[in-house]
Design a protein around this ligand. Structure first.
Ligand SMILES: Cc1cc2nc3c(=O)[nH]c(=O)nc-3n(C[C@H](O)[C@H](O)[C@H](O)COP(=O)(O)O)c2cc1C
Length: 149
């Protein structure tokens, strides 16, 4: 298994969630900031978890560019899941669902429902319990990966 957690972040909260997910998935799972993405970054990756903050009810600009760069079929054979970070608003929009759809459209098999994690205000910190929730979500993904290996 070559697993990678690709994330975008402005204030660091999404990076923290990405690192918790990578640690829980284990087996050498690496994190990668979208700002450091190169053409070869996804070579050999067969498990891909992708997340970013919601900005203006949708994924960040950088995440939208990344998703648009995925050609149909480019993620065939990849098992994937998506998450976002968000503030607790009545109408907060969505990033994780949109990311998940784009990964699926590129050929990935989605192994977990999109998941949002709450930050307390624009700059965070993460709300109490959210890193634990991230660990549990990643543990579910790990179990799905083992069950469908
Ligand atoms: C320009 C901007 C727009 C935002 N729009 C939304 C939004 O529509 N819905 C929401 O829930 N949070 C929104 N937020 C809050 C971000 O989701 C929050 O800052 C982010 O989760 C923090 O993650 P980070 O530390 O990884 O940058 C917005 C934040 C910024 C800076």
């Amino acid at each position: 298994m070559h697993a990678r957690v690709v994330y975008d972040t402005t204030f660091g909260n999404t990076r923290t969630i990405a690192e918790v997910i990578a640690a829980e998935l284990g087996q050498g799972t690496t994190t990668l900031s979208l700002g450091d993405l190169t053409d070869a970054s996804l070579d050999g990756v067969d498990v891909l978890v992708v997340g970013c903050p919601i900005n203006g009810w949708r994924p960040t600009e950088r995440m939208q560019e990344f998703l648009h760069s995925l050609t149909p079929g480019s993620l065939t054979g990849v098992r994937a899941a998506a998450f976002d970070t968000r503030v607790k608003l009545f109408i907060h929009g969505d990033a994780a669902g949109k990311i998940s759809h784009a990964l699926h459209d590129a050929g990935a098999t989605i192994v977990a429902k999109p998941q949002g994690f709450i930050v307390q205000g624009t700059e965070g910190p993460l709300a109490p319990g959210e890193t634990g929730k991230a660990g549990a979500w990643a543990a579910f993904i790990g179990a799905e990966l083992r069950a469908t290996a």
